[in-house]
Design a protein around this ligand. Structure first.
Ligand SMILES: [Fe+2]
Length: 297
C-alpha cells in the first residue's frame, strides 16, 4: 500500500514538473525570446534546440537584455500608442507615432534617459490625431522625420519596402502594409521578434477602410502576406487600442482575430458594414499630417 502511494506521488510530481517545463517554455515565447537570427543580419544562427540567447521582455517600460531599450507610451484622447526604441549603448533612439499633445512628455523621457532621438517615424498619415514629429523637429537639432513614400506626406525620409531605420546596432525593417491608407507601413525589429503594425493590424481588429485611400481587399492581403508571415512568437504592437490591450502576438491574431480569421469575402463584408462615425479630428489631422504635423518640415 505504502509503495503504491509512493509511486503515485512520484508520478504526480513528474507530471507537475512536465507542466512547469511547458509553462516556462511558453513564457520564453511570449516574452519574445529568440534563438534564431534572421538571414543576413550578420549574426550566427543558433543550433536547433539551443536555449534562447537572451530573455527579452517587451512589456511597458522594460529594458531588454540585448541592449535594446523599449517603452510603450499612451495618449488617451485618441487612444494612440507611441513607441520609444533605443540602443542602450549608443543611446541612439527612434520614436514611432508621436502625438502633438504628448510631445513634452516624450521629450522629457528622452532627456531623462539620456537618449539621442535620431528619427521620428509615422506608420501612416493619421486621421485621428496630429503627429508630434514637426514640433519635435523644432526642439531637437538633427532629428529626422520619416513616413512612407506612398503616404504622399512630406518628411525628411520617405520610406519604401525593405528600407531600414537604424539606431545604433539595431534597426527596424519597413514592410508596406497598405489598405487602411495607401501609405501604411509595419516596422519589424531585426530579429522579427516585434512588429509595430500601425493601423493595419490592431489587437483582435484592424484599421477601418472607409476613408482616405481605404481598401479592404488590399488590407486583407497586406496582413496575410506581410504580417501573418512573421513568426507566431512575434509580438504585435499596434498604433491604437480602445480596450486597454497593450500587446498581442502574430500567432494569437492568426488564431483569434475575429476579422482576419475569415475568408476575404467575409472580411470585405464585415468592413463594408462597420458604420463607424467619421473621426472628429479628420479635417484637421490629415492636412496637418501631410506636412509633418502643424509645424512644417
Ligand atoms: Fe489611422
Amino acid at each position: 500500500m505504502c509503495s503504491l502511494l509512493t509511486k503515485a506521488a512520484a508520478a504526480a510530481a513528474a507530471r507537475r514538473q512536465d507542466r512547469l517545463r511547458v509553462a516556462l517554455r511558453g513564457l520564453g515565447e511570449q516574452s519574445g525570446a529568440s534563438s534564431v537570427s534572421p538571414a543576413g543580419d550578420g549574426r550566427p544562427r543558433a543550433a536547433a534546440g539551443a536555449p534562447p540567447r537572451g530573455r527579452r521582455r517587451y512589456s511597458t517600460g522594460t529594458r531588454l537584455s540585448d541592449g535594446l531599450l523599449f517603452r510603450q507610451l499612451f495618449e488617451s484622447e485618441s487612444s494612440t500608442y507611441t513607441y520609444l526604441l533605443a540602443d542602450a549603448v549608443s543611446k541612439d533612439a527612434v520614436l514611432i507615432d508621436p502625438v502633438l499633445e504628448t510631445v513634452d512628455r516624450d521629450l522629457k523621457l528622452i532627456e531623462e534617459l539620456g537618449l539621442r532621438l535620431k528619427t521620428a517615424v509615422n506608420t501612416h498619415c493619421h486621421a485621428d490625431h496630429v503627429t508630434g514629429t514637426g514640433l519635435m523637429k523644432t526642439r531637437l537639432a538633427g532629428l529626422k522625420s520619416a513616413i512612407s513614400k506612398s503616404s504622399g506626406a512630406a518628411a525628411d525620409v520617405l520610406l519604401s519596402e525593405g528600407d531600414r531605420i537604424t539606431f545604433g546596432n539595431h534597426y527596424l525593417t519597413v514592410r508596406e502594409t497598405p489598405g487602411h491608407t495607401d501609405g501604411c507601413v509595419t516596422l519589424v525589429t531585426q530579429d522579427e521578434g516585434v512588429a509595430f503594425t500601425g493601423d493595419a493590424l490592431l489587437i483582435r481588429g484592424c484599421g477601418r477602410t472607409d476613408f482616405q485611400q481605404g481598401c479592404s481587399k488590399r488590407l486583407y492581403a497586406s496582413i496575410q502576406q506581410k504580417i501573418f508571415t512573421l513568426p507566431d512568437r512575434c509580438l504585435v504592437y499596434p498604433a491604437h487600442d480602445y480596450l486597454g490591450q497593450t500587446v498581442s502576438t502574430v500567432g494569437e491574431e492568426r488564431a483569434f482575430n475575429p476579422r482576419l480569421t475569415k475568408s476575404l469575402e467575409d472580411f470585405v463584408a464585415i468592413m463594408n458594414n462597420l458604420n463607424l462615425p467619421k473621426p472628429s479630428k479628420i479635417d484637421i489631422s490629415v492636412p496637418a499630417n501631410l506636412v509633418c504635423g502643424v509645424h512644417h518640415v
